[in-house]
Design a protein around this ligand. Structure first.
Ligand code: RP5
Length: 179
């Protein structure tokens, strides 16, 4: 009998890159979610928050999603942002494997405009919470801002940045002129 040793490459090598400095982990069910989730990445970057972004799926890579979530706290991660579309189980699965706060971002789906993603993410049974944000880009930005607000509870410099952001935003509204 011939025995073969299969040397398989990890299906998702990018997901093996885990930054020990990361305070926030952003995970998404597919590379196709990046177009939306890059706005969470950008917001965290703008605030100087150490973070990491990975693709992993509750359906296609269930073991990776479970292992990542279960070990995130021990690596120093304080908040996980999980984005998925359609039958969007990722945030719930992540939350099932950690007691870290999990923020869910429903992706805008082709078939149902994100209503499927929203309901799948927000309607968690009592006991395992997922803080669910808006569908699409507003949810991606707000998930990052929410994570920053949580981190700011124990980081005064982040609170100062958040207050300055709000003031700039308010000033843009106050100074808006209509054509
Ligand atoms: C979900 O299915 C992903 O989060 C994505 O939003 C959706 C479609 O994924 P792809 O078929 O584009 O990979 O798991």
């Amino acid at each position: 009998m011939v025995t073969k040793t299969l040397k398989r490459k990890p299906a998702n090598p990018q997901s093996a890159i885990r930054n020990p400095q990361s305070l926030v982990a952003v995970v998404m069910g597919s590379k196709s979610d990046w177009e939306t989730m890059q706005h969470a990445d950008k917001t965290l970057t703008d605030f100087g928050v150490a973070h990491e972004c990975h693709v992993m799926s509750a359906h296609r890579t269930p073991h990776l999603a479970a292992e990542f979530s279960a070990t995130a706290m021990s690596r120093g991660v304080e908040i996980i942002i999980a984005a998925a579309g359609g039958a969007a189980h990722l945030a719930g699965v992540v939350a099932a494997h950690t007691t870290l706060p999990v923020l869910g971002v429903p992706m805008k789906s082709d078939a149902l405009n994100g209503m499927d993603s929203l309901l799948a993410t927000v309607q968690m049974p009592a006991g395992i919470p997922v803080g669910t944000l808006a569908i699409g880009k507003p949810g991606a930005v707000n998930a990052a801002l929410f994570a920053i607000a949580i981190l700011a509870n124990s980081r005064p410099e982040l609170r100062t940045k958040l207050e300055a952001f709000r003031e700039r935003q308010a000033e843009q509204v106050r100074s808006a002129t209509l054509p």
